[in-house]
Design a protein around this ligand. Sequence first.
Ligand SMILES: [Ca+2]
Ligand SMILES: [Ca+2]
Length: 300
Amino acid sequence: MKRRQQGSALLIAVGLLGLLAMATLARALSSPPGAEAALATERALARAREALVAYGALGNAAGSHDNSPGALPCPDLDNDGVSDLNCSAHIGRLPWRTLGLGPLLDGAGECLWYARSPRYSNNIQTSERGTSADKPALNPATPGEIVEVNAEGATGRRLAAVVIAPGLPLPGQQRGAVSGLSGCRSGDLAQFLEDVSVGGTPYPHSSGLNAVTLLAGDDGFNDSVLGMDTPRLFATAGARVLGDIQLAGGTPTHVWWTQNLWCTQVCVTASSGRITLADGGSVSRALGVFPACASPCSGT
Ligand SMILES: [Ca+2]
Ligand SMILES: [Ca+2]
């Protein structure tokens, strides 16, 4: 009797294993080729963008109050994973160490690249914000400078930053060995990212001022792009500013508050502060104290 029960259990186990194998095979057959790689790329890009949003809100790991809320790190220009403070280029590798991330890899096993609007750079001293056209006050009304481009051309959206997955090397691209410092392959920008024209207009990635979202696989172009617009950035950085108002018991005394004209960006209702974003959305927080200069929100 016991032996018959054992035999039945074995048959059931074999049957279940067979069903599991069939289900796995069916799932593999139903996924289009490259789907897992594409998913890995999307995951890496999303993690990078959220880390940049967090950096823009809180600055460096020490949470320095010297940074302007919303300011973004310079790219990594020497392939060590660390942002370069005296950078002149607007595009480079994602500074993953500075962002507190591991080396993010796309579906092709390549490290990510990154560009940020020059006026959003945190190598502009906060004390110099608002003193010249190329060092403007940084707040939700500060337009991004990176042009978003799709298959029809420029979309009209201007982005604060963009993260880019390079994909596999295309014909003519030669990438070097993996750096022991960064875990990223060496080589200049042109070995990873492609310059393209859309509708006869050139939109070079190498400038750091275009975010081209053509479908990967189009002839001569396989970069995957994820943009960060200014509302996404300031939804978090703005919450930090409202938090600082509460902490300060009214008007923050930090240099970034005055230099970036935050008083023009905050309005108050009976019990909360509100910051309006560039897309008409807003971020609010209950406040026990208000900045002395803030005006009432319209309609309240
Ligand atoms: Ca570096
Ligand atoms: Ca590429």
